[in-house]
Structure formats: structure tokens, C-alpha cells
Design a protein around this ligand. Sequence first.
Ligand code: NOJ
Length: 568
Amino acid sequence: MTATPARERTVHQADAVDGPWWRHAVIYQVYPRSFADSDGDGIGDLPGITARLDHLVDLGVDALWLSPFYVSPQADAGYDVADYRDVDPVFGTLDDIDALLDKAHRLGLRVVVDLVPNHTSDEHLWFAAARAAAPGSPERARYLFRDGRGRHGELPPNNWTSMFGGPAWTRITEADGRPGQWYLHLFDTKQPDLDWSNPQVRTEFEDVLRFWLDRGVDGFRVDVAHGLVKADGLPDWAGVVTMIDGSDPVDGGAAPHGRTSPMFDQDGVHEVYRAWRTVLDSYPGDRAMVAEAWVEPLERLARYVRPDEMHQAFNFSFLSAGWDPAALRSVIDRSFAANDTVGAPTTWVLSNHDVVRHASRLGLSDPTRRPNGIGDGDEQPDAELGLRRARAASLLVLALPGSAYLYQGEELGLPEHTALPDELRQDPTYTRSGGAERGRDGCRVPLPWQQDAPAFGFSPNGASWLPQPAGWREFTVDAQRGRPGSTYETYRSALRLRRQHQLAAGDLTWLPSDPEVLTFTNGRVLVVTTMGSAAVQLPPGARVLISSDTSQTGDVVAPDTTVWALLD
Ligand code: NOJ
């Protein structure tokens, strides 16, 4: 079999190389509680991140995105914010975030922070006031309080279910001790949804944006960006809500959370982002927003990145395509078609803190399956195959024009923790689904830095909020640094070559190839990803720049491999 070009099809034209940073950036997601713990409480913190920023510089990324570090009871690992303008003591102080921003900027790294506008914590002052106030009061009107159905209001106002499992409504006890109204929470009970039709909510968040922009952040990752506005009247919905990350739902139902559902992707949400864009544009320095929006089809997602809205939107359709050549080719084509129409870059992603790490996902017998966590008794991934494919998938992503997000640890080839004892699980998904969903803890295990240190160097004393598997010794940064072909060195080389050959601003032209092989050029670089069982011969004269296969020699590309080669 050969990858020799015969007929070409260009699906994306080159972009200006000197465009704003976010069009081409590789952004590294830091999950603060699991990155580096400086004080030995077993939970990562801001000083720990600051001390390890050199790792990101060595790797060669452009920016980092910090998952929430704000004051929070941590019912959903910080995605339940009680104070949007302060740092939770578990992560540090405002001085610590200032120090982090300062050092990152001095090192040439941009910093994107998380913004959680769909819901607050139930421990936010606004919610405490809403509980204490009467039905119909302005305090209640910041959230979605409704009377219940049934003779005594004993039934929830509609039939919506939470993305974490269980009902999406909780009934409160009124100040006089009687059972009272219900409030909506698309996620945990401790995450009441805000009412975005309320002008006070809008003003408040514009102010929060300014608070962080004034402190110097370069942008925001917007949580549940497709969820802020709900359909008028909160109508019942017969569809099945997929789980938080769009993974296979408990009952095997198949409805995507797209425009068919009354809780997501309502047209009214775009007005919010247009207002935010005005705020960001009033600051110097190309501040940017990225939408976390599990929206399909891609044409609907592209609406979030129109010129006067957000800058990027995670391409979760790509993440969901698994290791299926036809699906990947199609999603790449459709992504460019949709985003080129609005002039936005595509934003590729394979892993984050909500999904099973791709080194494990792609090692499942069905590599398109997306379980919500893996535990004892579940199918265990083929670790070797998973890592092999993960490396190939990552090199594919880094060869694609646009921006890319990396999730901490993927540069080490980290697998999911697939045998975490259930009693240690902390993701509310696990309890809310009655254990039917293992949840997301397995991708959130603290990073291994050093082979011969307690908790592999994550903390000074070996404390670690989730245990790391003993086998992670070989994945530590120091075990991989300087070792040719290690996953870490492969990422480093790929990031250097991506920059050198300006792949992020390049064009994409498919070359005809076997259906189980993706073959394209980006500028002068030929990219071949083999996903079937046959090896592929590179065209004569092609010079290999990098391969995901540690035993690559010559011009034959083995199965489950990505090669970048220079064409004469
Ligand atoms: C998406 C976040 O990535 C996830 O971790 C969180 O649980 C939900 N949004 C709710 O905020």
C-alpha cells in the first residue's frame, strides 16, 4: 500500500501566520488540584503550578488554561463557585494568582482562566439570599425557582434530569418551615442554575470578566457555554440527556444535547457572548474566549465563534470520533467547512478533565466507545495499543491547522486510572448515578513528576488526593526527559516542528489513500496516519521529520502510527 498522491482536495486554505495568538496556539490545560502540590495537603495549588511553569516552557506550549481555583465548597471540584473574585484557600490566595500570572507572562506564556456562568455554588451569597427570601422576590429571580407540580407542589416543575444523573430540581424548605419552591440545577444539587434573562446576572458577570481582565488574564474558558439560556417556559423534554461529557448515557439512549433540547444551545445565548466580546475588546492584548459547548452539528457550534462572539470552541465532535478514519476525515472536513464560513480557527482536543484519557479510550476493543470512567470489573483497555494510538492521534492533532488544547499528563502518555477503588471516587456523577457511572476521577489523578519521590513528586510528603497507580513510575517526567522517542520528547519535538513549519497557519489538502489511512499535506509537510492493519509506504523522496512509532526506521509507516515527512 502506498500514500502516493494522485488527486488532491484542499479543504482549508492557509491563514496569516501573524494573526492573533489564539488562532494558532497550543494551550495546555492545568487542572490545579492535580498538577503540583506545594504545601503537602495532597491537593495541588497555585504556588505548585508557578513553581513548575518551566515544564510548560520546555514542552513548548503557548498558553495554559487553569480549571477553577475560586472559592468553592468543591462539590464539583471547583465548578461550583461561591465567590468569583477570590481564590479558594485550598489553592492559595489572590497574591498567588498574581504571582502565577506575572511569572507566566515573563516566561512568554498566556493564561486563560475558567469562568463558570451557568450556575453558582449553593454557598454563593446570592443563593443564600434567594433561599431566605420569599417566592417571587428579586433574590429568587437570579435563579430558576419554580413552584412544583402536583396538588401540593410536591412534583418537580418539569421532567428534566441532571447531567450527573438524578432529577434536575431540588425542593427547598421555606423560611417558615414549609416545603417550598424548587430550583433548577442541570448539574449537582449544589450547583443552582442562574437565570440569564435577569439583567443583574448579566451585569454581574461582565463585572467578573473585568475583575480578571484587570488582573491580567489573557482569556476565559467558558463552562457550559451552550447552557446559559433555557427555552421559554422550561418545557418538558422527552429526549435523553447524555452525560456531562456527551459520553454514552447510562440507559444507552442516543439523543445528543444539541438544539433539540430545551436546556442547551438556545439562540438567545449568543447575545450574552456578543456583550462579553465587547468587554474583552475594550482591553489591549488580544484577550480571548473559548466555548465549552457540546453542540452538534458543527454548523451550530460555529455560531459561537462568529466574528463578534467567542474566539474558539472546543471541537468535541473530533474528540468523539474515536479511532475511526472515516469519522475523523469527515469531522475534519466538516469542521473546516463550518468554521471557515465564519472565519474562525478550529480548536482540536483529545482529552480533558471530563473524559477518559485518550491513551485509554483508544485502547478499548471499540475505540469509538466513550465510557464515563472505567473501573474494576469494566473492560480494561489494552494499554500498549492505547498508548500507541494516543501518540498517533496526538501527532495528527498537532499537524492540523488551527489551535489545539492538551490536557495535563497527555504529554507523558498517561493512561486513565482504571482501577480506582469506588470508595475513593469524588465525582458527584458516581453517587448521583447510583454508581452506574464511574465518573471522571480516573482522568484527574495527580501528575507524576519524579520516579524516586513520594507521590512521584506531586507533593513534598507523598500526600495525594487520589492515589497514583504504582505503574506510573515509567510515566514520570524525569523518566522521560532526554529519552529519545519517549512520549514527552515526542510532544516536545512535535511542538517545535509545528512552529518551525507553521503548521497551525497552514492549509490542508487531502491526498487519496486507502480508506484506513489519513493522508494530507499541510504546506510542505506530508502527514500520514495509519489506522488499519496494513503498513504504508511513504512516497519516494519524503524525509521523515517525526513519527509516533518509537521503532520507526525508513519510509514504511506501521499500523496505528502518524508520520510527518518533508516533501521535496
Ligand atoms: C463542564 C466542566 O468541564 C465539568 O467538569 C463540570 O462538572 C461541568 N461543566 C459543570 O460545571
